[in-house]
Write a protein that binds this ligand. Structure first.
Ligand code: C5P
Length: 242
């Protein structure tokens, strides 16, 4: 097969030109970074697992009517996706205090939040992805009020569904990050879920022991990183053996 043209290389993924117009190939690397690239490493097999986990979760979300950029998985490390205009925001959803929220507000990690909290971060590496408000987002034109309404509605549906799905396999969905894009079909535009959903961008804790089954094992040097990703895939039923 002819080599595909590389369009973009991110910290954990590479985007290539797709086989048909309006499509891209998303390649999952084993590279891991934390602190916006301050810490770098390799998690062997992570790309393969995240490709499978993200495929599984995007398909389940599609089943309940959430529009996503995912078309199909191509092989161990690649999936075919629709080309979308990425909205330069990270939408973080929090059910339980952890990470930067716990630190910023002095709330002990593991405290169940009084209600789900949504935060927005402006995607900009050179600024370290600063937290922004709806005011900034609409004033600077990163998204309009309608786009934001659609993103919040989709985000809450994703959270409800994934929280339940993970409860069913003994995992607490503590928090996670979503990205959205605009999908143009002629004159029509829809907001769709983009990027990936995997232990790289979710905090997943064992419901009984609170053991971390996500990228915090890498961020905090807890060891057994690959095993944690495998455990998530296994509990989701997408690995043949334990
Ligand atoms: O670090 P923080 O507590 O703000 O992260 C909240 C959630 O968003 C975590 O699940 C983390 O994995 C995810 N996140 C991400 N990409 C970032 C920042 C956070 O996937 N750049």
């Amino acid at each position: 097969m002819a080599r595909r043209r590389q369009l973009y290389e991110g910290k954990a993924k590479i985007l290539f030109e797709g086989p048909e117009p309006g499509t891209l190939v998303q390649y999952f690397k084993d590279d891991a970074t934390a602190g916006n690239g301050a810490k770098k490493g390799i998690i062997t097999g992570k790309g393969v697992l995240n490709n499978r986990i993200s495929e599984h979760l995007m398909l389940r979300l599609h089943d309940i009517g959430i529009p996503t950029h995912f078309i199909r998985r191509l092989n161990m490390r690649e999936q075919l996706i629709r080309e979308v205009e990425i909205i330069p925001l990270e939408v973080v959803v929090r059910n339980v205090a952890a990470g930067s929220l716990a630190k910023r507000l002095g709330i002990p990690e593991g405290t169940r939040l009084p209600r789900t909290i949504i935060e927005y971060y402006y995607k900009n590496d050179s600024l370290n992805d600063p937290m922004v408000s709806e005011e900034h987002i609409t004033a600077f034109g990163w998204a309009c009020t309608n786009d934001l309404d659609d993103m919040v509605t989709l985000t809450m549906r994703v959270n409800d569904f994934l929280s339940g799905l993970f409860v069913g396999i003994g995992i607490t969905l503590v928090d996670f990050k979503l990205e959205f894009g605009r999908l143009w079909e002629g004159e029509d535009m829809r907001i769709v879920l983009a990027d990936e959903i995997s232990p790289d961008n979710c905090r997943l804790w064992d419901a009984k022991t609170s053991e971390k089954l996500d990228k915090d094992r890498f961020r905090r040097d807890l060891g057994r990183v690959e095993e944690a990703y495998q455990e998530v895939a296994w509990r989701l039923g997408i690995l043949p053996e334990a």
